[in-house]
Design a protein around this ligand. Structure first.
Ligand code: ATP
Length: 381
């Protein structure tokens, strides 16, 4: 059982800052997903955990032991790579047992553990095959099995599903998450796919340009993004970002958007702290903006515009609408009868809006002022 702690960790390669000022914990038993665009520092962070890279600054702790300079073989971790890195000349059985052989575990113990892991992962019938005679999904399972069999204190997975087709990725996503919950081993998982992050992680850490922008539960990142970058990275289709002017009074804030004025009320009004007259970015998810004839009762605010494009996905239809000078995407019902050029009325609830500083992208909503009933107790500290 292990808790991992990054304490002001940075890594530089010459002049390149790969990661900067990392300060976070991976809790015991937790599945933490690190997500972000290419080059943001996810793999470097994972490699420092594995001991394959040494931090340039800061310290790395496993429980109360400083592991910053501990070599990889002494960390008790297991890593699964995108490439699977199986031994092509060895059978599935030997691929699974190899890590135990080099630790000089007895033949009896090795055999028992290979049987147990192969049962768990549905590999029992494949034990005599070589990796070349297996499908991508089966190879991926062996790579996982090889990591599990050593009973590590920490699992590290680096984009392990990116070589699989979409259907298999969905299946393996569930299998890996289920396996992690069953074993309870803390796991750090790297991906650039926000759907993987949202569906698998207890918590998600969003990276950009070598910095961690926010760490939190999927719900926190989706509903309470601390900045525009997180807001637009998490969720699909992307959150709409629209320009607006802050108006109204300090007690009754409002903003001008697409030629109309909308008042903030309730908790959102109290949590909003930007001066009047300031230009801001308003964020609203396509799922929170509705065709008026299909809108929930609470959506009292209206917007009118002309349809630019219609994308039916089956279960729902995403419609892009030009409202004044801003275009935004709204979720319409399945195969809604609208076409390019139609004038449509949209409805939303100002409670669902996010407000960001235009320059820094920081949220102008004080999240601490909002009720936290939906946030797990663990996260409220
Ligand atoms: P990807 O999703 O493409 O794998 P990533 O988020 O994992 O990207 P890293 O591989 O951690 O990003 O790279 C972070 C930054 O550090 C990048 O700018 C990269 O070019 C740089 N970098 C990584 N490894 C080295 C190295 N060995 N030497 C020099 N620069 C490096």
């Amino acid at each position: 059982m292990t808790t991992v702690r990054f304490d002001q960790v940075s890594k530089l390669y010459g002049d390149t800052v790969a990661v900067q000022g990392l300060n976070f914990e991976v809790n015991d038993g937790e599945f933490l997903v690190m997500v972000g665009p290419s080059g943001c520092g996810k793999t470097t962070t994972l490699r420092m955990l594995a001991g394959l890279e040494t931090p340039s600054y800061g310290r790395l702790w496993f429980d109360d032991k400083d592991m910053t300079l501990t070599p990889p073989g002494k960390r008790g971790i297991a890593m699964v790579f995108q490439s699977y890195a199986l031994y092509p000349h060895l059978s599935v059985y030997r691929n699974l047992s190899f890590g135990l052989e080099i630790r000089h575990e007895s033949k009896h113990d090795r055999d028992q553990r290979v049987r147990r892991v192969s049962d768990m992962l549905g590999l029992t019938k494949l034990l005599d095959r070589k990796p070349s005679a297996l499908s991508g999904g089966q190879r991926q399972r062996i790579a996982l099995g090889r990591a599990m069999i050593t009973e590590p204190r920490l699992f590290l997975l680096d984009e392990p599903l990116s070589n699989l087709d979409a259907a298999l990725r969905t299946q393996m996503r569930l299998e890996i998450a289920e396996m992690q919950r069953r074993l309870g081993v803390p796991t750090v998982y790297v991906t650039h796919d926000q759907v993987e992050a949202m569906t698998m992680g207890h918590r998600i850490a969003v990276f950009s340009h070598g910095k961690m922008l926010q760490i939190g539960t999927p719900e926190q990142l989706y509903r309470r993004p601390m900045n525009r970058e997180v807001a637009t990275f998490i969720g699909s289709p992307k959150m709409n970002i629209l320009s607006a002017d802050v108006v109204g009074s300090a007690d009754a804030p409002a903003f001008n958007l697409c030629g109309s004025t909308y008042a903030l009320d309730g908790a959102k009004a109290q949590a909003f702290n930007a001066p009047r007259g300031r230009k801001v970015h308003i964020g609203i998810r396509p799922q929170e903006i509705h065709w008026v004839q299909d809108s929930p009762g609470r959506c009292a605010s209206r917007l009118k515009g002309q349809v630019l494009s219609v994308e039916p996905t089956g279960a729902e239809t995403y419609v892009t609408v030009m409202c004044g000078t801003e275009s935004l995407t709204a979720r319409f019902p399945s195969f809604a009868p609208v076409a390019e050029g139609d004038i449509v009325e949209l409805a939303f609830d100002t409670e669902d809006l996010h407000i960001f500083d235009i320059e820094s992208g920081a949220s102008l909503i004080d999240e601490r002022a909002l009720a936290l009933e939906s946030v797990p107790a663990l996260m409220r500290a």
